[in-house]
Design a protein around this ligand. Structure first.
Ligand code: FE2
Ligand code: FE2
Length: 195
């Protein structure tokens, strides 16, 4: 069992950088960390922590594109991409984004940011089937072609640049505009989506 590294005191935004090759070694490099218990009560920290897990997923996609393979890690990646990753897009589009549209001020200019993020979510959803197909092929022992590697790498890059915008721009605005009452509503919505 690998210790979780998701910090309890999540920074207030930014700090986005890819996980470098070799930064996590051995079996740990294939782990997408579990979410700390109770983090959902701080919904913006919860989103930030999910982003950290997505960075881990992106790093695993790059490792696979580089030719590395760990079956348990690949299976966990499929589970993450079809589970928490998909759930997270819904958390943002069904709960966080509408709340930001309601509470942000015109000078925040969130409308264009949110439109772009929603477009990127659609691209993720369209690309996901291909990515899952590539990973499942590899799990079943079929060799990778060049296209498969490109598919994984492109998806990983897409995740990383999306996270940069959400962590670097959107979450800092959310921390200013959403007070304790709004965050409590957000947390409740996230909990209900997981019942
Ligand atoms: Fe996100
Ligand atoms: Fe997003």
């Amino acid at each position: 069992m690998v210790a979780a590294h998701i910090p309890d005191d999540v920074p207030s935004g930014g700090g986005e950088r890819p996980i470098e090759p070799g930064e996590r070694r051995g079996a740990a490099a294939w782990v997408i960390e579990a979410m700390p218990a109770g983090m959902i009560d701080s919904p913006l920290d919860f989103i930030f922590a999910e982003h950290h897990r997505q960075r881990e997923a992106a790093a695993i996609l790059v490792m696979m594109a580089d030719g590395e393979f760990d079956e348990a890690g690949a299976r966990a990646l499929v589970e993450f991409l079809t589970g928490d990753f998909a759930l997270h897009i819904g958390d943002e589009e069904l709960a966080l984004f509408p709340m930001l549209r309601e509470y942000c001020l015109p000078e925040d200019k969130v409308d264009r940011i949110l439109e772009r993020l929603e477009d990127e979510h659609r691209e993720d959803e369209h690309g996901l089937d291909d990515v899952l197909g590539v990973i499942r092929d590899r799990i079943e022992g079929r060799p990778f072609g060049g296209n498969a590697k490109r598919t994984l790498r492109r998806f990983a890059e897409h995740i990383s640049q999306h996270l940069a915008l959400e962590n670097g721009v959107l979450l800092p605005i959310a921390r200013v505009r959403l007070g304790p009452r709004e965050q409590a509503i957000l947390a409740q919505t996230f909990r209900e989506r997981r019942l």
